[in-house]
Design a protein around this ligand. Structure first.
Ligand code: SF4
Ligand code: SF4
Length: 306
């Protein structure tokens, strides 16, 4: 069996247990920090930066100003609606140590592979009982390729099913190195239109299209399409994605359409950021059914949600 380097470190911002949405069975999801995309609808904005970040929950703040005295950058100012001037803050965490109510807290911490596996082991019985396993998510987990690879290797050594939620924006060299350790890839294809993709995610989609072809040739892959009003929620866009999958990803048989939701909106406020899709409406069920039929018309199985 290939040896695992349990000492490799990476930045994790959450570990969620008992998930039933991110792969088969009951799963533990490990969220890694860092993402090269800036999708306007991102429901995990706290995942995007590669470093731990300070969050401010104004509902918990009692206005004691202890944080102001502790901040070496004078970044906490009365006039700022979120208190923290993010142009000054370097996320040193000093303020979180004096805050009496946990209104200030850090998101993200360095962990070793050994520490992650120790957490995962707590749920191992569930993995075997439910045919579940572990899923790496983010952010984009493969922006920490060495850390992700060693976690996957460690999980395979335990006999656990492995999955990843990924957006495919990395070199095919990484795909070839890591995919052999992954049992299921849940790969986002957001749009096949390069300009539109860049406008809504911050990057163009050439690299993703190339990765997608290689990923599906190595690992069991399901395509997921976040379906977003004003971005790709149109007959033309969904048809374009389904055609891309059919023509370029012959081993993919299932596409999941994920209807837009705004569950992550509150987190933008904690980070002192603006949520650009405010007031974006949900997509009516009939419209999602129409998109489903378009995907099915290309000979693919389509599930709404997933
Ligand atoms: S994290 Fe550090 S720099 Fe940022 S507001 Fe808190 S004390 Fe100031
Ligand atoms: S230390 Fe905490 S509770 Fe006190 S003013 Fe700062 S954020 Fe608010």
């Amino acid at each position: 069996m290939e040896s695992v380097d349990y000492s490799v470190q990476g930045t994790v911002f959450d570990i969620q247990r008992f998930s039933i949405h991110d792969g088969p069975g009951i799963r533990t999801i490990v969220f890694l920090k860092g993402c090269p995309l800036r999708c306007k609808w991102c429901s995990n904005p706290e995942s995007q930066q590669y470093y731990p970040e300070v969050l401010y929950r104004k509902q918990l703040c009692i206005g004691c100003k202890a944080c102001q005295g502790a901040c070496p950058k004078q970044a906490i100012v009365d006039s700022n609606p979120y208190w923290i001037d993010r142009t000054l803050c370097d996320n040193c965490a000093e303020c979180t140590m004096v805050c009496p109510t946990s209104a200030l807290s850090m998101k993200g911490k360095l962990m070793t592979v050994e520490e992650v596996v120790k957490e995962l082991r707590k749920d191992a019985t569930q993995y075997f009982r439910s045919n579940g396993g572990i899923t790496l998510s983010g952010g984009e987990a493969l922006t920490q390729p060495r850390f992700a690879k060693e976690i996957f290797k460690a999980c395979k050594a335990q006999g656990w099913h492995t999955a990843i939620e990924t957006e495919g924006y990395y070199d095919t060299k990484i795909v070839k190195e890591i995919m052999p350790y992954i049992d299921l890839v849940l790969l986002d294809i957001k749009s096949v239109n390069p300009e539109q993709h860049k406008k809504f995610t911050g990057v163009d989609n050439e690299k993703i299209k190339e990765s997608a072809k290689v990923i599906q040739s190595i690992a069991n892959t399901t395509v997921r399409v976040p379906t977003i009003p004003g971005f790709n929620a149109s007959e033309e866009d969904i048809r374009g994605i389904a055609e891309f999958v059919k023509e370029n990803m012959p081993n993919v048989h299932e596409v999941h359409l994920l209807p837009y939701h705004n569950y992550g909106q509150g987190k933008y406020e904690l980070l002192g950021r603006e949520y650009e899709l405010e007031n974006t409406p949900k997509i009516p069920e009939e419209e999602m059914e129409m998109y489903k039929k378009i995907v099915e018309s290309k000979g693919l199985t389509c599930i709404i949600g997933g």
